[in-house]
Design a protein around this ligand. Structure first.
Ligand SMILES: Cc1ncc(COP(=O)(O)O)c(C=O)c1O
Length: 398
């Protein structure tokens, strides 16, 4: 059945959808929203072809770990498929509070709250605490969930240049000392793979009495002792006020968390609309995250293999002369510099059997159009060799 185009509709909002260039292009062809017919670890089947998945954030490769699958299945059998409501109305379940207790202990915090998406957790980590009249200082390259949190908070926002404490210092020096402040950063910047310059930023937060909120979606499981994340990596656990993140990356599940002091978490539970009015995390998702969290602490080999794969992968990319934007982590961009170059690089990789994600302006700064890739502990030697051949071919075709 053909989709109707509403260009002639009398409803302006339907016309806006129909006339939008990106939407019109997507209806014809799009490098996004592919439907895989099957998946086994880092191999996916798309339109009958097997591809190596190089775009997931399953850093530790735990989404196929037998203990994770077993825990999720047992939770499903015991608790059913969904809590079917918000915790404030129909109650928390033991699996919520147990996961929160374990995450809080792992991150060295008094308390934790889990949401059904990392996006909700990170958004609310700003929106719940900053208010109109406050000042939020945000890294320019922050994930959109934090930007949405800033907008919802109605606080004044100032962006500082990416991972640049000197710029942050200048902005703070010109701000009013009476204004309550919040600094929002990512532990590992998801697109660039940069590690936050936390020591200098935490120092500034202290000097200016600013609440420091760290989105560690890509640091958890990757950095720090047993994967405790970016604050732990720098030994700065006590300098970060709020750690938020996602369960959908190293913890091989879906959902998100906010970890902080007991007062902060209780304040959030009563003041954050995203927490009060949204259905709770599902049992299988909580159980999968809990099992993965246990594996972080009992099976260090996943983290070790992740870093071994990352080193090998980056050496190969550098050897080909590709620009990886000084990524310091397993999140590795390949900067191509223009939409056309990025598109053709991405397309050649697809033809060569490697699935990556194309990221162009406005998702990245002008001139930084890129392919975003992420390495997993699950990538095999043979897959890394096939990836190397595909990259060499894509580079040659450029
Ligand atoms: C830095 C960062 N924060 C938060 C999120 C949101 O997490 P989730 O996908 O679990 O909603 C993401 C996901 O892409 C992310 O990269």
């Amino acid at each position: 059945m053909a989709f109707p185009l509403f260009t002639s509709s009398r409803k302006p909002l339907l016309r806006r959808c129909a006339e939008d260039q990106v939407t019109r292009m997507r209806l014809k062809y799009s490098p996004y929203y592919h439907t895989m017919q099957s998946q086994k670890g880092t191999t996916v089947t798309l339109d009958g072809r097997e591809l190596i998945m190089l775009a997931s954030n399953d850093y530790l490769g735990l989404s196929y770990h037998p203990k994770v699958i077993e825990a999720a299945q047992a939770a499903l059998a015991r608790w059913g498929s969904s809590p079917t409501g918000a915790r404030i109305s129909n109650g928390s379940r033991a699996y919520h509070t147990e996961l929160e207790r374990r995450l809080a202990a792992f991150l060295g915090r008094e308390a934790c709250h889990v949401h059904s998406a990392g996006y909700l957790s990170c958004l609310t980590s700003v929106a719940a605490f900053a208010q109109k009249g406050d000042l939020v200082l945000a890294d320019k390259n922050l994930h959109s969930c934090m930007w949405d949190g800033i907008r919802l908070s109605l606080a004044t926002a100032e962006r500082f240049s990416h991972n640049n404490p000197a710029d942050l210092r200048d902005i703070l020096a010109n701000s009013s000392s009476d204004q309550a402040k919040l600094i929002a950063v990512e532990g590992v910047y998801s697109m660039e793979g940069h590690i936050c310059r936390l020591p200098e930023i935490a120092q500034l937060a202290e000097e200016h009495r600013a609440l420091l909120v760290l989105d560690d979606a890509h640091g958890l499981g990757v950095l720090g002792r047993q994967g405790r994340g970016t604050a732990d990596h720098f030994g700065l656990n006590d300098k970060v006020d709020v750690i938020c993140g996602s369960l959908s990356k190293s913890l091989a599940s879906t959902g998100g968390f906010v970890a902080a002091s007991s007062e902060v978490i209780e304040y959030m539970r009563t003041h954050s609309k995203q927490t009060v009015f949204s259905a709770a995390l599902a049992p299988a998702q909580a159980a999968a995250a809990m099992a993965a969290l246990e594996l972080l602490q009992t099976e260090p080999e996943h983290n070790e293999r992740l870093w071994a794969n990352t080193r090998r992968y980056k050496a190969m990319l550098r050897g080909l002369g590709l620009d990886i934007w000084e990524s310091e982590t397993p999140a590795v961009p390949i900067v191509l510099g223009s939409r056309e170059r990025a598109y053709f690089f991405w397309k050649t990789l697809m033809e060569q059997g490697v699935f990556t994600v194309l990221s162009t302006v406005p998702a990245v700064p002008p001139g930084k159009d890129l392919i975003r890739t992420a390495i997993s502990a699950m990538h095999t030697e043979e897959q890394l060799e096939r990836i190397a051949l595909a990259m060499a071919e894509a580079k040659k075709q450029l």
